[in-house]
Design a protein around this ligand. Structure first.
Ligand code: GAL
Length: 348
């Protein structure tokens, strides 16, 4: 197990953006950069004895800074959409930046994905910290956030989140990695299979904002309770698929016991890479990016259409509008402590 540090780029103010690469005993590695506390690459063993980079990303800081799709980034303060870019907490209304139509998406104008975090490397992990001041992007409270990436010898990448605020506030942290288990740039993910342990999902309106209804997946294209190819029902445009041009939905995870539980299992039948997602979060957003044609990623990869899927473990979007959704309020002094693990194996 080792962690190496290199300079990835320089911010306009002269600050260095560092890249840390954690390598385990099987040669698997995770590279994370301080800009956005971003997962930049993730090399995992494949069936032929080689390594496959299963996340989309860029080679340069310039590309990350231009990037509008949050590739691999840590998302905050509040992942996904807040309807009409405002919320009420303790009787007070807070206004946010509307960066997605009328909505606030992924934290606003300069979310956590666009900031250069502080970092410290340990044996098998990298600890990122960020202080978001009171009023940052309109959110109340001085918020201190820690995100720890750990790569274990069994090829499990853990992302652990801590946050604490000096005032009541709202928080919903996630990671926005785009996975392709055949390798970044290896074509579409439509033949890769996916199981999501969710009987229900949160219905969205035409702005991809949950309207508060929680409905069964049964009989819809969102039924992933048994593994099926991601592409099988993606074209079966129904009521819920129109707005999102594919999957862009929050699944309500079954996890009856609470704590870390298997949320999803994805597999590439060709290369044999299998990814299990474990989380203690109540939901997961499945996002199948529609068309990245023209986007060039690492090593000149052409991403094209349907090149990846995201499994963003989270609280449900628009939670402040819907008291039936799990709360995203973080009370003053309370410690948010959450973990998501992406674990890789190979299938015969
Ligand atoms: C997802 C969101 C999508 C899209 C994407 C990146 O989390 O659900 O609608 O905004 O992020 O832009």
């Amino acid at each position: 197990m080792s962690v190496t540090e290199t300079v990835f780029g320089t911010m306009p103010d002269g600050e260095s953006v560092l890249c840390y690469t954690i390598t385990n005993k099987s040669g698997a590695s995770a590279a994370v950069i301080t800009y956005g506390a971003t997962l930049q690459s993730l090399l995992v063993p494949n069936r032929s004895g080689g390594l496959t980079d299963v996340v989309l990303g860029y080679d340069t800081l310039e590309d990350y800074r231009k990037n509008k799709m949050y590739l691999g980034a840590t998302i905050g303060r509040v992942g996904n959409r807040i309807e009409k870019a405002r919320f009420t907490l303790n009787g007070k209304e807070y206004g946010l930046f509307a960066n997605d139509g009328a909505q606030c998406l992924h934290g606003g104008k300069i979310g956590f994905d666009k900031q250069n975090w502080s970092a410290k490397a340990a044996d098998d992990s990298v600890v990122f910290t960020l202080t978001s001041p009171d009023g940052d992007e309109g959110f109340p409270g001085n918020l201190t956030v820690t995100v720890i990436y750990t790569l274990a010898d069994d090829n499990a990448l853990s992302i652990r989140y801590f946050a604490v605020s000096d005032q009541d506030t709202i928080v919903n942290l996630t990671n926005h990695s785009y996975f392709n288990l055949a390798g970044q740039g290896a074509g579409t993910v439509l033949d890769q299979t996916l199981m999501i342990d969710a009987d229900r999902f949160t219905r969205i309106d035409s702005d991809i904002v949950p309207n508060g209804e929680i409905v069964p997946v049964a009989g819809t294209a969102l039924d992933f309770r048994k593994a099926k190819p991601i592409g099988r029902d993606i074209g079966a445009v129904g009521e819920y698929m129109d707005a999102a041009q594919g999957y862009d939905h929050n699944f309500v995870l079954n996890n009856k016991k609470g704590g870390l539980a298997l949320a999803a299992r994805a597999a590439d039948p060709q290369g044999g890479v299998v990814m299990e997602t474990y989380t203690d979060q109540p939901g997961v957003q499945l996002f199948t990016a529609f068309d990245f044609t023209g986007m060039r990623g690492k090593n000149g990869a052409e991403y094209g259409s349907r090149p990846s899927f995201c499994l963003e473990t989270q609280h449900f979007a628009n939670a402040m509008e819907h008291p039936n959704f799990p709360s995203i309020v973080l009370h003053a002094g309370e410690v948010l402590d959450s973990e998501t693990i992406y674990r890789f194996t190979t299938a015969k």
